[in-house]
Ligand binder design. Structure first.
Ligand SMILES: CC(C)(COP(=O)(O)OP(=O)(O)OC[C@H]1O[C@@H](n2cnc3c(N)ncnc32)[C@H](O)[C@@H]1OP(=O)(O)O)[C@@H](O)C(=O)NCCC(=O)NCCS
Length: 185
């Protein structure tokens, strides 16, 4: 796949998700582990027709940037990271990330993919704020977000119902000035 220098890391590179990737995207979502779904709170079974409609919608939507995370080593898609609900007027956006398989966790892929995407959001979209929601039981993700400079803002109590139990989520964010303080050019 084509490598854009802005999305090139040491362990991963990022590639915009397009219709040409539909088959492989569907395959990866079908393969996604229970843990990956639990940590993201994903409960829906997505059909090919739904995914096709979704990809056709996102590839022309200027208020989001959907990227595959590709491992440099195997040149294989391992996850996705998305800037969504980009609000250019208020210069803010949400971000979400998921690696599809447990075997790819804890290898530095997620940290690098988040860092590349946050850097792009602040550096190319001129965002002032990037926010996310993370379930309280997702200690690895919380660690990664704090490492990158995200700060906790508050708790959404019992906002997820997953497999017979309610769970809290934290809202976290990072501001442009905080990012620049941590990453001086
Ligand atoms: C969360 C996620 C993106 C992180 O990416 P990753 O590639 O697995 O993580 P990395 O290898 O980059 O970094 C993991 C870090 O967390 C630490 N960690 C691992 N398990 C941990 C735990 N249970 N508690 C606290 N820290 C933990 C590691 O020691 C490492 O720390 P370091 O970078 O300071 O050495 C990825 O695991 C994932 O997609 N998980 C499933 C879906 C998900 O949780 N998405 C986020 C929803 S908000």
């Amino acid at each position: 796949m084509q490598k854009n220098p802005m999305f090139l890391g040491e362990k991963v590179y990022l590639v915009p998700i397009e219709s040409q990737h539909l088959e492989v995207y569907y395959e990866k979502l079908q393969e996604a582990s229970y843990d990956s779904c639990f940590y993201t709170g994903s409960k829906k079974i997505i059909t090919m027709a739904q995914l096709k409609a979704y990809v056709e919608r996102i590839e022309v939507d200027n208020e989001r940037l959907d990227l595959f995370i590709v491992s440099q080593k195997a040149d294989e898609i391992v996850g996705e990271v998305v800037l969504n609900d980009i609000d250019f007027e208020n210069r803010c956006s949400s971000i979400r990330i998921a690696l599809f398989l447990d075997e790819n966790f804890n290898q530095g892929y997620g940290s690098e993919a988040m860092a590349l995407t946050v850097n792009y959001g602040f550096g190319m979209f001129n965002l002032n704020r990037i926010e996310l929601e993370v379930y309280a039981y997702n200690e690895r993700a919380i660690h990664v977000y704090k490492k990158l400079g995200f700060k906790e803002e508050g708790i959404c109590r019992q906002c997820l119902y997953f497999n017979h139990a309610y769970h809290d989520a934290y809202r976290m964010s990072i501001l442009s000035q905080e990012y620049k303080g941590l990453n001086p050019s």
